[in-house]
Design a protein around this ligand. Structure first.
Ligand code: NAD
Length: 336
């Protein structure tokens, strides 16, 4: 396969995927407006600063580079923010996807891998979520992912678009060389917050809800290593290149871990006490979200290489320690 356009390639999952693509011999161009991404994360490939909603930038990008396929990560992705400002989410995520699809059609690029989310599923469920589970997005963010999936389905039917939508569970961990990692500002994801607490950057970690109907009362999620997600995008491109049928796939480890289990594993990995504080549940948080990725394993030939939570935490810990070492030190108090 020739050149691959990666939108959102300066973000967390995008940067890991770009590095993996380049390592496996692909030519990559990144388009990112750096709204939540970082310029230093995009250093592995040709970088274009721009907004995916901008048809002029898209037109010149497709006209000037021989792009064969697109991986579309670019999106705003905070559930709480989407509840407060749904219009921005529909504009950024849905209009962005529409502009991209329009440019792809104009320039006859027909292959797309799309970052979807397990957030499209509802209602709460105690078992493993398969791709057939009812779709019922609870937030505007999740609704944007579902709408884009619908658009892709319709375009596949009407014009033969070749696409794969990857429904990630919770991305976690970092590059094993600690060249890139998780740097969300503000940070809302559990593992970085736990590790920032281990580093003393936060006094304590808030646990939102210890009265869920789970063995220890805290919510359960499925954590999947970001490098395993990155590999899945390459598997998805290969699948489409071989004529695989357009469809959505779950990407998770199928292993549910509670907030307290994550904190205890992080205490083991970091050797730090990690003080916690119990807070009430947050509106909209599910009790349990754990995925069945059998379809991705069987159809894409994908298999996670870093399923152990200690491995996930160790790579994230190495990255966060490196990031902390680069932070400006607060001046020492003057000696009396
Ligand atoms: N992190 C997770 O656990 C998770 C889970 C499910 C789905 N996802 C999806 O995966 C994708 C990547 O997530 P992430 O955690 O790496 O987020 P991220 O915020 O680190 O990366 C998103 C990137 O897209 C860029 N971007 C956003 N809007 C843009 C626009 N209009 N034009 C150009 N660039 C734009 C941002 O600057 C950023 O670099 C998102 O689509 C997200 O919804 C993430």
């Amino acid at each position: 396969m020739g050149k691959i356009l990666v939108t959102g390639g300066a973000g967390y999952i995008g940067a890991h995927t770009v590095k993996r693509l380049v390592q496996s011999g692909h030519e990559v161009v990144v388009l990112d407006n750096l709204s939540t991404g970082h310029r230093d994360f995009a250093r592995f490939a040709d970088f274009v600063l721009g907004d995916v909603r901008d048809p002029v930038i898209l037109d010149s990008l497709f006209a000037s580079r021989a792009i064969d396929a697109v991986i579309h990560f670019a999106a705003a992705s905070q559930v709480g923010e989407s509840v407060r400002d749904p219009l921005f989410y529909y504009q950024n995520n849905v209009s962005g996807a529409l502009a991209l699809l329009g440019a792809m059609r104009k320039h006859m690029v027909n292959t797309l891998v799309f970052s979807s989310s397990c957030a499209v599923y509802g209602p709460p469920f105690d078992g493993l979520l398969t791709e057939d589970h009812p779709i019922a997005p609870l937030s505007p963010y999740a609704a944007t992912k579902n709408m884009i999936e619908r658009i892709l389905e319709d375009m596949a039917r009407a014009s033969g678009l070749k696409y794969v939508a990857l429904r990630y569970f919770n991305a976690a961990g970092a590059d094993t060389d600690a060249e890139v990692g998780e740097r969300h500002l503000p940070e809302t994801h559990l593992i970085p917050l736990v590790l920032q607490t281990a580093l003393g950057q936060r006094e304590r970690l808030e646990i939102f809800g210890d009265d869920y109907p789970t063995p220890d009362g805290t919510a359960i999620r499925d954590y999947v290593h970001v490098l395993d997600l990155a590999d899945a995008h390459i598997s998805a491109l290969n699948y489409l290149q071989k004529g695989g049928a357009p469809r959505a796939f779950n990407l998770g480890n199928g292993q549910g871990l509670s907030v307290l289990q994550i904190i205890n594993a992080a205490r083991e990995v970091t050797g730090q006490p990690i003080p916690v504080h119990m807070a009430p549940r947050r509106a909209g948080d599910s009790t349990r979200l754990v995925g069945d990725a059998t379809l991705a394993r069987q159809t894409l030939g994908w298999a996670p290489n870093h399923a152990d939570i200690h491995d996930i935490l160790a790579t994230a810990w190495a990255w966060h320690q490196k990031e902390a070492a680069c932070l400006p030190q607060s001046p020492r108090p003057a000696a009396l």
